[in-house]
Design a protein around this ligand. Sequence first.
Ligand code: ASP
Length: 468
Amino acid sequence: MKIPNTECVKKIGEEVLLAGWVHIRRDHGKIIFIDLRDRSGLIQLVFNPQNSPNGKNDYYKLADTLRAEYVIEVSGTVKKRPAGMENPKIETGEIEIEIEKLELLAKAKTPPFDLTKDTKDVDEELRMKYRYLDLRTSRVSKIIEMRHNVVKFIRDYLSNLDFWEIETPILSKSTPEGARDFIVPSRQQPGKFYALPQSPQQYKQMLMLAGIEKYFQIAHCLRDEDPRGDRQAEHTQLDIEMSFITQEDILKLIEDLYSNLIKKLFPEKKITTYPFPRMTYQQTLEKYKSDKPDLRKNKNDSNELAFAFIVDFPMFEWLKGDKKWGAMHHPFTKPQSESIEEMKNHPEKIKAFQYDFVLNGFEIGGGSIRTTNLKILEAVFEVLGHSSDEIKKQFGHYFEAFSYGVPPHGGIAPGIDRLIMLLANEPNIREVIAFPKTGDGRDLMMNAPSDVSNEQLKELKIKILKND
Ligand code: ASP
């Protein structure tokens, strides 16, 4: 099997088998140089006509036909480059491979943009359409590798603390996270619909009822958002829930996890304040006029990370457009007051055990301690304008589950995309998602969403109203 290009630095004098894409070809007199690219990086291949047999196996002749992005396999000997010919810009810059064999595995069309350069300035829609090409470029590939390392660190860290990673369903029922649901028609129950999860919120709470105690998941969350800045129809979050804990236990877990992650994977970065400051919502608004303040000391320093927790959010917010109360986080959050009367008469006064996790002026996560007292939960739903009938219909399963012995519990869900965006110093989350969508929810590579056949619609008993 082929070895990664960058491993050749340890193999001077040895014969190696390599494969990858033609990055750049240069001809110097009779000698052909090719920079071969694989996931690990670049390496220089040297094709010397003197070493090439004539006739059928004339790889030099074949090398002469190679163009950018052709896929090749080669074998040859690792040599130190002649003095003065080193290239300090690449990891393998001290060596080159003297080729003894070449096989062409696939030809390639000329890519729609130059893959040897940073594609930042290339039209974004073009990059999205050819995302598999964009992903070949060094900057984007490094981000994807970094993302893997971050997620792996999180998985190992939490597993070591006895958390269990548990998958929860994608075909589900609406759960109120404040956005619009994506819905999926059911063929087997025509006229009925699943909702795609805005988050695994209810499932993770059910897992606490199931006695799991410590749960996490790298979860896909699907929200049918209106095109707005940096939102994506789907994003990934580190979803966590724990039983028998306090708010401070959760904040401490996150503080330890993130500070260790930075120390291990990003030693060049500096955390502005540790322990992470904990500030109340009220104080933060008064002092910074924002609930996600940027607490960096030097905002020009790309390696500074100012984490903070904002606590004591109001339970409710007045939705001016709808002229009704909404939940600032979600209805399952535990209010700090146990007084139902106060909640009903003065919703604006009620604070919640709710916290946000903030980094460099971005909200990178939020969570809460959950209500386990059903009377209070019912009152919360009433303030939010739900009738008892509606509550039963929509959340009957939840109320029932809570009547079988519910442990005190709470959780948090830091976003993965925003974190990676900030760690990679990228301007938006589309750059750090392997296959991002446009702001209005289109996947330009797959051409989704797309039409479905009349047969499919018939099976689902769905008729499309034509917009004319
Ligand atoms: N479900 C919440 C969210 O997705 C997080 C939480 O309360 O744990 O924002």
